[in-house]
Design a protein around this ligand. Sequence first.
Ligand code: NDP
Length: 300
Amino acid sequence: MVSSYLFLIMKLLDGKALSQTIFEELKSKLLQTVSKGNKVPHLVAILVGNDGASETYVASKVKSCQQIGVKSTMLRYPAECCEEMLLEKIQELNENKDIDGILVQLPLPKQINPEKVKEAILPEKDVDGFHPVNIGKMVKNLPCFLPATPYGILLLLEKYNIETSGKHCVVVGRSDIVGMPMSILLGRKNYPGNCTVTLCHSATVGLDDYIRSADILIAALGKPQFVKGEMIKEGAVVIDVGITRLPSVQTKSGFKLFGDVNFEEVAPKCSFITPVPGGVGPMTIAALLINTVKAAEYLK
Ligand code: NDP
């Protein structure tokens, strides 16, 4: 009875709608700025290899750039591309004054060290927020490019006025690009933030109990439908970062996207939840575009 009542008041955190609003705002800001004679911001996206998911992500980033009036260039390299060549290209892009933002789509083939690639991009052009300088500034609460996925999640929490101060936030997954920065951002003395954060990973003992104690759950482990209804506290806020593409006969593309949360079971118990797709994914792109427009120094 209680659960079905909560289902009625459960709200979807609509990342797709919010990202469209952000795109419109960026577009109109750029129209104004460029009409005064300023240059069009330029993002370069580098894709190495032919991973299907990476192709889709880069294509939607490029499409979103076009939508708001940011120039984008996609550079493709074969899976056998060597590290040295990629680093040289990044160096060239760093020196090119026309280019404001550079992103290298992860994961990279085994022969390329992703840490070297992240460090090669100038921090001022690192719109993905992965450079150690940007990570360090994030930890110190200094102005910097925030990593796009956690930044997108903060924007979503803010838009829906979700109370975060003093809440217990459980982040499952500690990757450099999602879980680790998310845990830091939600622990900072800011809004959204000021949470008491528990960071869980594959060696966590008693994971279900931690999840059950979460007022805010960030599921970023990459295991489809891992989080079940029985693991959720009534009224929790659930952010599902996971995106796993699995073969499906139900869709035209032959693939279906799954989050890390079993939506049908979890949604009736929570106060807010992100759908997959349409939740964190579009917000990651919106955050990337904010960073790109900032890199061109058109936003504070
Ligand atoms: P990684 O594989 O880099 O990290 C996964 C993390 O989850 C690791 O810290 C790992 O622990 C932890 N983990 C794995 N299995 C378990 C388990 N059974 N119990 C507890 N912890 C576990 O993944 P990413 O952070 O890059 O991505 C996570 C998910 O988010 C993926 O589905 C990815 O596709 C998606 N994603 C979505 C984005 C979006 O825009 N919506 C953007 C980026 C990612 P350990 O460290 O011990 O190995």
